[in-house]
Design a protein around this ligand. Structure first.
Ligand SMILES: O=P(O)(O)OC[C@H]1O[C@H](O)[C@H](O)[C@@H](O)[C@@H]1O
Length: 636
């Protein structure tokens, strides 16, 4: 598929493994650990030793291959293979630890991505025990990719892997749907950036801003990618409305100011009926009306065909509509129009993102655990959290641009794995808690507790080798750059945590670019899928979310009844102020009295003609009435 502008062309800054070898020899000892030659390829005699292994003798490679997989070396007696003992031994024996590091180091050569699981203390026995479960997980993933109904409750296929390799799609119809949508995204983005598609009444004569309205999976991926990859001066700057907080919405619109006239509004909702997103849309449409602008000329919808949003956009004649597919879940939709259109509009090379994800997908189809980084992650999660989520996953990227990765992963992991029942209907209350921001910033916030406090977590460090674009670095002390400090902070924290028996994983990428970001997303998508199989749950539904939505709808329905009751009382002559108890009785909802009090307090705080007299600190004392009675409402 050809793309006219630079949006979809391949990146010239793609990492080349050879570059690392050169730098590995140039940089001093500090860099050597993360640049260690990988022993992985020689594991299989039929695979020749790749270039990187030239750094070590071929015989050494072979010895890694032949040595039985043992956590801390042959000399350790079997009775020492208890995890805590293993760890203590490793701490005392840096050589054994180094051997464990290289023995388990995963390298994806083309992506320049490494995965270090050596600081997770799993034993060989554990790996052996997990092997049948992992093989079952690989088979489940294979079936999923072939189009099985992998989301049984909702009767859906799960096809986010096809998005980056449409040839994998189970039917030619799906294949052309994927290809056509991608082509349409590229064309639209190019036309907007090139000024062919422009706003009707902007002095700028072209779109300068994107305002994305969406929530959950319809916001977190685009937010993460924008933070990670948007250039300093993107062709269109992006902002987000991802909540129904009126002040937050006002802030975004105020920040746009007169640029509202040159803002492309992208409304994203798979279902097309999410209340927060609908409210965001209505608020933005009001802002357009207030400014005398025609929303339809600047509105774009990304949603499933025939959803409420799709129908609205069609009927109102919005600028464009892009399809979201039934078989792509919200939290795995970054490589669909949901993520790709906003990214392309910011000048991010979306084909490189797809290429990175596709390469990672290939790697994570390997059925040999050590060769499959997603399986290694899932294995570590299982080990570290006893397969029941007993420990939290703290995600610490040491790179500002990856700040939102943990937030993105929060939904991907917790909405996928946080389930009450397993696939056999047993109550399991599964999950894996994710939090984190970035290093070294977090070292000055909560690392104190991680090092010394309650031991309820394991860490995932994300390391980025490239500190800055070439040609910009300088030494702020002799021989030391600012980036060396960041590197030192990461390594120091990793060591300090390990010395206190705190486990960690390290994912290393060469640089933050579309390819590595695509790969990271794909890596974690697959790890979540594999882990879900290991613990026998459906990763692709979210029944628990409905409970909160239903309860919210009930609160709003109750509020309408409260206001009707107050209206009736306030239309009497003289006006009859009511206590909260009286309101609850008149609403025939005595059990909801606390909620009624909260409704009264909220409405009274918002200039809505509801007056609450008394002290809200003692709810029984307050008397409530409406400042204006609405006779019409009474008789309708
Ligand atoms: O894209 P939408 O249909 O508007 O859904 C937005 C979000 O809604 C719910 O909270 C779901 O649990 C999320 O998975 C989804 O991403």
């Amino acid at each position: 598929m050809a793309c006219a502008s630079g949006v979809c062309t391949s990146s010239s800054s793609t990492f080349k493994p050879e570059q690392v070898i050169v730098r590995a020899t140039r940089t001093a000892t500090t860099a050597s650990s993360s640049l260690a030659p990988s022993p992985r390829f020689p594991r299989n005699d039929s695979v020749s030793c790749p270039n990187r292994c030239k750094l070590v003798a071929r015989s050494s490679c072979r010895s890694f291959h032949l040595r039985p997989t043992q956590s801390i070396g042959r000399e350790v007696p079997a009775n020492l293979l208890r995890p805590d003992v293993v760890q203590k031994e490793l701490e005392k024996d840096p050589v054994a630890l180094w051997r464990r590091y290289i023995d388990w180091l995963y390298q994806h050569k083309e992506l320049g991505l490494y995965l270090d699981v050596s600081r997770i203390g799993f034993t060989d026995e554990f790996v052996e025990q997990m092997e049948p479960k992992l093989q079952a997980a690989f088979r489940a993933m294979e079936e999923l990719e072939r189009g099985a109904i992998a989301n049984p409750d909702e009767g859906r296929m799960v096809g986010h892997y096809w998005l980056r390799n449409s040839r994998l799609a189970p039917t030619s119809f799906l294949l052309s749907q994927i290809d056509n949508t991608l082509e349409a995204i590229c064309k639209f983005a190019n036309d907007v950036i090139g000024g062919k598609i422009k706003p009707p009444s902007s002095p700028a004569g072209r779109f300068t801003q994107v305002l994305s309205v969406g929530i959950g999976g319809s916001a977190l991926g685009p937010q993460f990618v924008a933070e990670a990859l948007a250039p300093d001066n993107p062709p269109l700057k992006i902002r987000f409305i991802d909540n129904t907080d009126p002040a937050g919405i006002d802030h975004q619109i105020a920040q746009l100011g007169s640029e509202l006239a040159s803002t492309l509004i992208i409304v994203i909702s798979k279902s097309g009926g999410t209340p927060e997103t609908r409210n965001g849309l209505l608020e933005v449409q009001k802002a357009f009306r207030d400014a005398g602008l025609d929303f339809s000329k600047q509105g774009v919808a990304i949603t499933q065909e025939n959803s409420l949003l799709d129908n609205t956009a069609r009927i109102e004649g919005w600028l464009a509509r892009f399809s979201m597919f039934d078989w792509v879940g919200g939290r795995t939709s970054e490589m669909s129009a949901v993520g790709l259109l906003p990214a392309a509009l910011q000048g991010i090379d979306i084909k490189e993102m797809l290429a990175g994800a596709s390469l990672m997908d290939e790697a994570t189809r390997a059925s040999v655990v050590k060769n499959n980084p997603a399986a290694l992650l899932a294995l570590c999660w299982y080990w570290a959290s006893d397969g029941v989520g007993s420990k939290d996953m703290v995600v610490l990227p040491y790179k500002d641009s990856l700040l939102l990765f943990s937030r993105y992963l929060q939904q991907l992991v917790m909405e996928s794995l946080g389930k009450e029942f397993d696939l056999n209907g047993n109550r399991v209350n599964q999950g894996l808690t994710v939090y984190g921001n970035k290093g070294s910033t977090d070292q000055h916030a909560y690392i104190q507790q991680l090092r010394e406090g309650v031991h309820n977590f394991f860490v995932t460090f994300i390391e980025v080798l490239r500190d800055r674009p070439p040609g910009h670095d300088w030494e702020l002390e002799p021989g030391v750059t600012c980036g060396d400090y960041l590197f030192g902070m990461l390594q120091g924290t990793r060591s300090a945590l390990y010395a206190n028996n705190r486990e960690s994983i390290t994912v290393t990428v060469q640089e933050v670019n579309p390819r590595s970001v695509g790969a990271l997303i794909a890596l974690y998508e697959r790890a979540v899928g594999i882990y879900a199989s290991l613990v026998n749950i459906n990763a692709y539904h979210q029944p628990g979310v409905e409970a909160g939505k239903k309860a919210a709808a009930e609160v709003l329905a109750l509020q309408k009844r409260v206001l009707a009751v107050l209206n009736e009382a306030s239309c009497k002559e003289p006006v009859e102020p009511l206590t909260v108890e009286e309101i609850a009785d008149l609403c025939h909802a005595p059990a909801d009295i606390e909620m009624i009090f909260k409704i009264v307090a909220h409405v009274a705080a918002n200039d809505r003609a509801l007056i609450a007299e008394g002290n809200c600190g003692s709810p029984k004392s307050i008397k409530v009435f409406l400042g204006e009675c609405n006779i019409e409402e009474l008789y309708t």
